[in-house]
Design a protein around this ligand. Structure first.
Ligand SMILES: CC(C)(COP(=O)(O)OP(=O)(O)OC[C@H]1O[C@@H](n2cnc3c(N)ncnc32)[C@H](O)[C@@H]1OP(=O)(O)O)[C@@H](O)C(=O)NCCC(=O)NCCS
Length: 191
């Protein structure tokens, strides 16, 4: 992690359909490398727009990390709403200028708690095999990694909800609310 510049202190909160334009802005700001790593191949702006149009599908729980009120990172948990026992898939994206400052790690930890609180027992994570940071984070959070052609699949077992996992999700929501109140009205006026 880059220790030479101050750490970011992002506010993590759940994203809702009302946040769609913020989500679009975040994905459109991803540079080519980050897009490639996130989607497993090159994606142009039209591809991003299509992805964001369908982003808030049933079964999706998404959280965002806000730095100075701007959405800089997104974590998604996608569940199969028919086969409820099927593993849920996680994906992460952090904008280039915010990468390697602990945001991905914070979101990863948060999403494991979010999954636990929803009774999700298995989490899947797909990334390219050259994605050193994602592989490092997956191993750090005790995922089993399986290597395929140019791709890695990580599987995590999420234990049952605990006081700590419920508390963790609650604290993030309350901190986000407090942040909005403290920065009223500038923060709420942003589209
Ligand atoms: C992958 C990604 C989500 C990680 O988020 P991030 O905020 O950059 O990551 P963090 O700073 O929280 O953590 C990076 C970790 O990798 C480690 N790391 C960085 N470079 C490394 C290297 N070359 N070798 C080994 N470890 C490395 C850091 O030390 C840190 O580990 P630590 O927390 O134990 O110190 C982010 O970089 C990203 O969005 N990349 C583009 C999209 C993507 O790859 N998405 C994943 C596919 S789903």
């Amino acid at each position: 992690m880059n220790r030479e510049v101050p750490e970011f202190h992002p506010v993590i909160r759940r994203l809702w359909r009302i946040d769609q334009s913020r989500v679009r802005g975040h994905f459109l700001r991803l540079d080519d490398d980050s897009r490639h790593l996130r989607f497993g191949g090159p994606v142009n702006d039209a591809g991003i727009n299509k992805y964001v149009d369908g982003f808030f599908a049933p079964g999706v729980v998404a959280y965002g990390a806000f730095v100075d009120g701007e959405l800089r990172a997104v974590a998604e948990l996608r569940r199969d709403i028919i086969r409820r026992q099927a593993p849920a898939e996680m994906a992460f994206s952090v904008e280039a200028e915010c990468q390697n400052h602990g945001i991905g790690d914070a979101l990863f930890r948060h999403m494991v708690a979010v999954a636990r609180n929803r009774g999700i027992k298995k989490l899947l994570l797909h990334c390219l095999s050259n994605n050193i940071r994602m592989r490092h984070l997956a191993l750090k959070h005790e995922a089993d990694l399986e290597f395929g052609f140019g791709e890695v699949e990580g599987t995590l077992s999420a234990p049952w909800p605990s006081f700590v996992s419920v508390f963790q999700e609650m604290v993030a929501e309350n901190r986000a609310l407090l942040d909005t109140v403290l920065h009223w009205p500038a923060r709420v006026a942003k589209p």
